[in-house]
Design a binder for this molecule. Sequence first.
Ligand SMILES: Cc1cc2nc3c(=O)[nH]c(=O)nc-3n(C[C@H](O)[C@H](O)[C@H](O)COP(=O)(O)OP(=O)(O)OC[C@H]3O[C@@H](n4cnc5c(N)ncnc54)[C@H](O)[C@@H]3O)c2cc1C
Length: 464
Amino acid sequence: MSGKYDLVIAGGGISGASLLYTTAKFTDIDSIALIEKESQLGAINSHRTNNSQTLHFGDIETNYTLEKAEEVKEGAELLAGYLENHDPDREMHSKRSKMVLAVGDDEVPKLESRYHDEGFGDLFPKLRPIERDEIADIEPKVVEGRDPNKDLLALQTPDGYVVDYGQTANSFAEQAREEASVDVYTDTKVTDITPTLDGHTIATDAGRFDADATVVTAGSHSLKIAKELGYGEDMSLLPVAGSFFLADDLLNGKVYTLQMKKLPFAAVHGDADVHDDSITRFGPTAKVVPGLERGRLSSVPDFFDVFGFSPEAFLSYANIMADRILLPFVLRNLLYDLPAIGRKQFLPHVQKVVPSVELEDIERAKGYGGVRPQIVDTENKTLDMGEAKIVGDDIIFNITPSPGASTCLKNAMRDTHTLLESLEGDYEFDEAAFREATIGHFPRVDDDDNSVAVDAVDTAAADD
Ligand SMILES: Cc1cc2nc3c(=O)[nH]c(=O)nc-3n(C[C@H](O)[C@H](O)[C@H](O)COP(=O)(O)OP(=O)(O)OC[C@H]3O[C@@H](n4cnc5c(N)ncnc54)[C@H](O)[C@@H]3O)c2cc1C
């Protein structure tokens, strides 16, 4: 197996597949290859069991600033529009209610202020404040057994897209494969990338490829590959695994709780499953692990390669872990995976969402959960939340913790512009057609009567 391509994409999760779709369908690049080491696309962090399946708009994520929400929103609308356009039978997504819940005198005013004063109500026209009775109508279990004297407020929206990102990655590839210019290689691991005079040579365990332009979308492995090429010297990774607990169908949609200030990871939330109405999932936990892929010992040495063993790396880790809020949080999260006590330790988080839940109602989801490659800035010795992109000579590296799946198409759109510049203007990107096929199908609030021009929230789910 070998070949010469204008563009090679290394890594076939949702990021690589969305770039394949964008470049294959909406540019005139002559030849594009996607190389993936697993037998299927979307099998690692993008797999449906390994993430929370949320399409993050920034409306109910109280760990986002308004600025971040503005940034993420367009990305989410691009993907939501793609799903509306290509998945009418809801085989790779479902649409549910979604809300963030505030409880009591401390939380309720904060959520009110976020909606009315901080701009979130204006940014998200479909978001609306609802009180106890309406919360109970939509999510009875959230109210059942809760202290009647405590105020409740939720911000609720019908834009609760629940997404099987693995299946969506395969849908992107299917669309792209309609073009003659595309080859997809699975079971093919990139082992080395070397610069050449006019691009890169990509060595794999199944043969050699040459590319004018290369994009590395290898998730946690992107930084390892970047470092081997001399990029990303001021970065390291803090791999943070997320586990989930499962219960019966306690919720009809997504219920987030208010974020604890200064904590970089999202508060535990309850989510209905994309394909199975009978399951509610709680999580994710945040356990620091020395490996790049969940449950794979072979990825432990890869982590140490990325870690780098430099004094800056050690000092950065020490500085991050010395944080008075983060350290106890990290230590507590180590407990949740322990068989004897994990469930009991985690129960209070679930009860914050569903007060009446009991120990025997939840169990740890075996084999679920991925690893978030959180970026450590070794120059400033800080933990950076969100994604990172390194742009080199004819090569781009994407490192994609959450919300990397939600923003995959926006990221692909950006990379496509960068690629066309590096391919020296020989090709064009029909961004208008790209937008028409994606965000063009995103349902908007109808300006005339201010009603929401979207399908009703899945009634089967809401009636549960
Ligand atoms: C617990 C948890 C919850 C999350 N929840 C959400 C959520 O609700 N919403 C959201 O938007 N995001 C969420 N995320 C983040 C989201 O899962 C990731 O941002 C997204 O899946 C990243 O996609 P990717 O394609 O960049 O990486 P991946 O899906 O990890 O894909 C990378 C691919 O590269 C391949 N690869 C690696 N090395 C090589 C190599 N050498 N050669 C060839 N192929 C290679 C891998 O096999 C893999 O298929 C969550 C993550 C975790 C861990």
